[in-house]
Design a protein. Structure first.
Length: 228
C-alpha cells in the first residue's frame, strides 16, 4: 500500500502565485481521490473510503439528518448493495417488488427487524453507532446488503474505475480507511495517514494484497472462502 501526493493542480498553483504577489488568498477546501486496485492491478468497485481527522482539528460540515437515506428492494435485490452513512443517519427500506420481504440485521452496531411487508409499511431506521451492518431478507436468502456507518461526513464509494472522490476537505491530517465485503475483516489494509493542504487535490493509491471474494451476484459468489 503506498500513497503519493501528485504535483500541484491549477487551483494550488494560482494560490501560490497570488501569495508571491502579496495578495490575500482565502483558504479553500481540498479534495482527496483514492484509487483502489486488486493485487493484479485491476480496479475494484464498491469499496467504501472514509477520512477521519487525525488530530480533531478539521471541522466537519453540519449534517442534515432530516431526510432519510434509501435502501430499496428491487428485483429481489437491495439497491444499493453497499450504502455508507454518517453516524446518526436514518435509512428507509422501501419494498419496490411485487413480493413481500422481511428485512433484518443481527449485526452488533444495529440489530433491527422489519417483518414481512410490501411498499413502505415500516418507518425508517436510525443508525446511531458506527460499524458494518449486514442486511438480509428472511424470505430470500440470496438478498444481502451492507451498511457502513462512520463517524465522519467525509466518505465515498469507488466506481467501476476504482476511484472514490471526497471533496470539501479542510486542511489537516487524516486517517483514511476502507471497507469491502469482498475482503475478510483481517485482510483489510491498515489505516493510511495523509496530510491534506488547502486548495490541493491529493491522490492516494491503495493496492489490496489479499485475494478478493467474487463480486455480489456473480456466478462464482457461492464459492466458500476455503476455495481461495
Amino acid at each position: 500500500m503506498d500513497a503519493s501526493n501528485q504535483s500541484l493542480r491549477p487551483c494550488a498553483c494560482l494560490a501560490a502565485l497570488a501569495a508571491c504577489a502579496g495578495l490575500s488568498v482565502e483558504a479553500q477546501p481540498a479534495s482527496l481521490t483514492t484509487v483502489i486496485s486488486d493485487r493484479n492491478g485491476h480496479a475494484v468497485e464498491e469499496v467504501v473510503v472514509y477520512a477521519i481527522a487525525a488530530d480533531g482539528g478539521a471541522s466537519a460540515p453540519v449534517t442534515d439528518f432530516s431526510e432519510p437515506l434509501v435502501m430499496n428492494q428491487q428485483s429481489e435485490q437491495f439497491r444499493p448493495h453497499i450504502l455508507v452513512a454518517q453516524t446518526g443517519t436514518t435509512i428507509s427500506f422501501p419494498n419496490g417488488d411485487t413480493v413481500a420481504h422481511h428485512v433484518y440485521s443481527f449485526s452488533e452496531p444495529k440489530r433491527f427487524e422489519l417483518p414481512l411487508y410490501q411498499g413502505t409499511a415500516h418507518p425508517p431506521v436510525t443508525f446511531d453507532r458506527p460499524g458494518v451492518i449486514d442486511v438480509g431478507c428472511n424470505i430470500h436468502d440470496h438478498m444481502e446488503a451492507h451498511i457502513v456507518v462512520v463517524d465522519t461526513s467525509y466518505f465515498a464509494t469507488t466506481g467501476a474505475d476504482g476511484r472514490a472522490e471526497i471533496s470539501n476537505l479542510p486542511s489537516g491530517n487524516y486517517t483514511v480507511q476502507i471497507y469491502s465485503p469482498r475482503l475478510r475483516a483481517a485482510d483489510h489494509p491498515a489505516p493510511q495517514g495523509i496530510a491534506i493542504a488547502d486548495n490541493n487535490e491529493a491522490l492516494l493509491q491503495i493496492q489490496l494484497e489479499a485475494r478478493l471474494r467474487p463480486p455480489h451476484f456473480s456466478e462464482t459468489e457461492s464459492l466458500n472462502w476455503s476455495r481461495y
